[in-house]
Design a binder for this molecule. Sequence first.
Ligand SMILES: N[C@@H](CCC(=O)N[C@@H](CS)C(=O)NCC(=O)O)C(=O)O
Length: 210
Amino acid sequence: MRAGVRPAARPTIFGAAYSVYVRIVRLVLEEKGVPYEHVDIDVLAPGGPPADYLVRHPFGRIPAFEHDGFRLYETSAIARYADELFAGLALQPDDLRLRARMNQIVSVLDNYVYPTLVWGIYVVRADEEKVAAALPKARTCLAALADSMGDATWLAGPALSLADLYAAPMFAYFQRTAEARPLLSGCDNLRRWWDRMSRRSSMRRTEPTP
Ligand SMILES: N[C@@H](CCC(=O)N[C@@H](CS)C(=O)NCC(=O)O)C(=O)O
């Protein structure tokens, strides 16, 4: 940690509770036991987010984050900053290869799982054609996650990590769709993982209100 950085200062998360990415950052702080402030910024409101929010996030996405005067955006940067600064459960493995695997899974979640399971299936769930078009990629996503997880307890090895906290809010939406059960039927390890993950108190405390 750098001199002058005060972990005791309470961080603030800006963004709506319905957001997958806001929930990832909240899960990181919840799992580490760090108290935080949460300022609701609705990017989906008509007219978009308040104009002054663009000072915090020039691309107008959520979340944005502030800790002791230090402003940050992009979930990957926020999650790693928080994990490395605050005491509590370490969410990145020390082992080089496990950490590389975790980073690979996070990248897969960002680039393929989120667009496919959340936007390609959950968001458009009333449109059968769009859902059908997303199914091949969804199968690839789930097979890749199941394959990299193997027999481990958590997605990236024996300990809970950022990979799990990224995946969980995406799965929470995906699990609400009719496609989840058939798509997961051959992935026993992922089903057991979801059962374990969804029972954590951090998940209950960050549940978006309907
Ligand atoms: N790359 C960003 C992605 C964040 C993101 O996509 N957030 C969504 C909500 S889950 C958002 O702000 N959507 C509003 C929009 O696309 O205009 C990050 O990692 O923080």
